[in-house]
Design a protein around this ligand. Structure first.
Ligand code: CTP
Ligand code: CA
Length: 229
């Protein structure tokens, strides 16, 4: 990132960033989860603090240390993540959904531990859709001029899939990561392209998540309306 105080272009701004991966409980000891480490969202939060922003980090199940100077809100499930984002968004200039949100959750929660039964095959696990938080934040726009940024991981046809997803979600920027077996999840580095609703396309070469974070804030700082207070 920039040297301390070198580029405080987010001073006076409040940014809300989600990070990590949601966990959807099946019973008191089990959940459906994903491999997101939280590294990208935490890098975004640290970079925004360094650039002068007030930062709210909504963290889903990350083991990373709290970024100095950020307000950290811890959540577990997608429904809890939605609540925390909707609570923080009305006061935000920028909302970034870097968290990996479970698309589905178990339809029912067993209040006692699910047990095996002798000679019986297990019941299938029924799933239901989780709310699409990014689409909701994009549609609501808690304040005029608020910027909404999403992330997407794609394995094939990265740009066309990203463009379609950007349009579907209604966000301003979509950071599209190319993923594969050895890319992005838990990795220190990644390669991405940032797509803008205005048709812009900003390639980000393979490199550390900190560099991608700075590029995202560069694009955000350029797109924000002038500060009012
Ligand atoms: N996202 C969200 N709520 C969900 C699912 C995803 O807010 N229920 C957000 C993610 O945080 C990310 C963006 O949407 O910023 C794109 O996530 P992705 O999984 O790529 O998109 P999906 O619409 O779930 O599409 P897919 O079927 O490809 O998983
Ligand atoms: Ca998804």
């Amino acid at each position: 990132g920039p040297a301390a105080g070198a580029r405080r272009d987010l001073a006076g701004r409040h940014v809300v960033v989600s990070a990590g991966g949601t966990r959807e409980p099946l019973d008191p000891v089990r959940f459906l989860g994903n491999r997101s480490s939280g590294k990208q969202g935490y890098a975004l939060a640290r970079a925004a603090v360094a650039r002068g922003a007030r930062v709210t980090l909504v963290s889903a199940n990350s083991a990373l240390p709290d970024p100095a100077g950020a307000d950290v809100v811890r959540v577990g499930t997608a429904v809890q993540l939605r609540e925390a984002m909707l609570k923080a968004a009305p006061d935000a200039d920028v909302v970034v959904m870097a968290a990996a949100v479970a698309d589905f959750r178990p339809a029912t929660y067993a209040t006692g531990k699910i047990k095996k039964r002798d000679g019986q095959e297990p019941e299938p696990i029924a799933l239901v859709r989780n709310p699409d938080i990014l689409a909701e934040l994009s549609a609501e726009r808690a304040r005029p001029g608020q910027l909404v940024v999403g992330f997407a991981a794609e394995t094939d046809d990265v740009v066309p899939n990203g463009r379609a997803k950007l349009a579907r979600k209604g966000c301003d920027l979509l950071v599209v990561n190319e993923v594969g077996e050895h890319k992005t999840f838990g990795a220190e580095e990644n390669e991405a392209v940032v797509l803008g609703a205005d048709g812009s396309e900003t390639p980000v070469p393979y490199g550390p998540k900190e560099a991608l974070a700075e590029t995202v804030w560069d694009l955000v700082a350029r797109a924000l309306p002038p500060a009012t207070d």
